[in-house]
Ligand binder design. Sequence first.
Ligand code: SF4
Ligand code: SF4
Length: 402
Amino acid sequence: MSDILADGKAAGTAPSDGLAVLESQRSTAETFGIPLAVLAELTHRCPLQCPYCSNPIELDRGGSELTTEEWKKVLSELAEIGVLQIHFSGGEPTARKDLVELVQHATDVGLYSNLITSAVLLTKEKLSALADAGLCHVQISFQGNEPMVADRVAGLKNAHEKKIEAAKWTRELDLPLTVNAVMHRQNLHQLQDIIQMAVDLDADRLEVANVQYYGWALKNRAALMPTLEQIEESSRIVEEAATRLKGILAIDYVVPDYYALRPKKCMGGWGRQFFNISPAGKVLPCHAAESITGLEFESVRSNHSIAWIWQHSEAFNRYRGTGWMKEPCKSCEFREIDFGGCRCQAFALTGDAGNTDPACTLSPRHEEIFKQAEREAAAHQDRFLYRNFAGGTLETEGEHGA
Ligand code: SF4
Ligand code: SF4
């Protein structure tokens, strides 16, 4: 693995291409091992329209997606450089007609595969074919615990019912199941019931992830931001359930940044533990990274190997480590613990990805942003801007039920 990391794709990489550029820019490139797991966003197409979708506002169109052969080549290359797990995600990965073929290829090259899906396009036959192709794990997203809330958030009628059905098929096929619940002001009151739903569906794991506010979620912040009381109550519910359900259901809980004192170590730190590949083949340090304007991300369609892009590309090195930091991060004792938080959030809220994430109480922008979020949570502007290729559609009064 280290040879490949050091040399890149020797045959296809011109000696002057980037390394010299990095050196001339005094890059802080260091050696980081290839992550064990990689996220493959096969497509941005999705029948759902979640207002918190982590896909970029500028979605990749179907015509720009990597072909079956291109994805197979990517999977082979990932296995070759030491990646062990591939998460097939999207958009909705089952919208790709070649998903079974891609899962089979992942199996053939020795990758453990996980499907992250909204599940509404699945049939039992399709899921069975994926299991036969070697799929190892299924993760289904839920927007609530019953159709009234869940279908409204998803922007699709009967979505909840289909998800329940698909979750049952998953367990009938003996595939391990994770329930993924994205929480916000308009569904947090269902948290207790969502936990019970995960138990009833015989899930191994429940991810309770409070919305992170960039991209679509930032556009919908006023409709999604929970109140402090909701967060306190949900922390209590999760803590109680985690103890009560020990050995039955593992619960992961992600608190919202806005109500924390310090930001999360986003993606384990920029370019340290994670990368994903976008539908059009861009290799990204996180799924929202393209929201940072002014950064050029390399593509698997370029002459560079994935290992080279990870190790040497300018975008991965720009915010790696701590050398890029300004105050207050630069001299902070936590700089190697949280790596300054989320670069995308810093860019979205301050206009400079090199600033301290305003989720941190030490950021000069924290107070102002936190107060604004509190006001938004209290104002109850509940209508969603639904995610779609047209740049979003505002929920009508009728849909909202107001
Ligand atoms: S968050 Fe919702 S809209 Fe976005 S890809 Fe997932 S299911 Fe589709
Ligand atoms: S100042 Fe920077 S390093 Fe220190 S806690 Fe805040 S975000 Fe983390």
